[in-house]
Design a protein around this ligand. Sequence first.
Ligand code: ADP
Ligand code: MG
Length: 262
Amino acid sequence: MSSVVELENGAVSIAGRPILRHIDLTVRSGEFVALMGANGSGKSTLVRALTGLWPLTTGSLSLFGTPFGSFHDWQRVGFVPQRGGAASGVPASVWEVVASGRLTRRKLLRPLGRADRAAIADALDVVGLAHRARESVSSLSGGQQQRVLIARALAGEPDLFFLDEPTAGVDLPNQQVLADTLRTMSGRGATIVLVAHELGPMAPLIDRAVVMRDGRIAYDGSPLASEQVATAHLDGHHHHHHHEPDHHDHAPHVSSLLEGDR
Ligand code: ADP
Ligand code: MG
């Protein structure tokens, strides 16, 4: 499998303070990776660094096998940022927000064409919001707004998706719709990096769990059933495992890492 994301010895400092250190991360084509860890462990910073929104202090990054400095194929990359409070003060319609995700694909200085409209309609359909397309985003619930943001990323038809905590503060029925959406995306061959504190309905979709702790990768391997993450006891060990996706016996350590900073 070719690697879609490859970061070697990545580090990020913000205002002189080291936030990420010694990050080695490879995501292969078609993989569904959960990026987990306590609040403040560096998940969002890592996703920003991988999408070029925040510069790496050191390290070498390549996307789709191309060194970051020569990579221009940004339409292949979709990013759903961590949601703040309200979506925005702008009462954009659901359709407008999703259409904005199509802009990088649009032919320069041309209005949206038939292929663009079809991609927007498909994205709305995948997240189950086709019937709400004309409504204002601000009239939707938080979980539905999250689905609008995912549809916006989908409309660009990227091969690689980064989603930063799309399930945070989202009720269970909306989490289930999100899980169905991600299953569809994954089934279409997309590579997915999902930041999530708890996997919930996403658990069965995950190929690999990467757990951050204090700006480092503390675990990289087989995922756990979400119940085990929630119920397992601390065992006091924090092993540093890399690229051993078949070692199911490491599972208890994932729970201890996730619970450790609570
Ligand atoms: P997570 O997404 O895992 O909760 P973040 O990547 O948001 O973690 O944050 C990791 C650390 O970096 C935290 O200590 C946070 O305070 C710090 N940090 C993140 N962004 C900034 C910023 N723009 N300025 C200063 N510190 C930041
Ligand atoms: Mg975050």
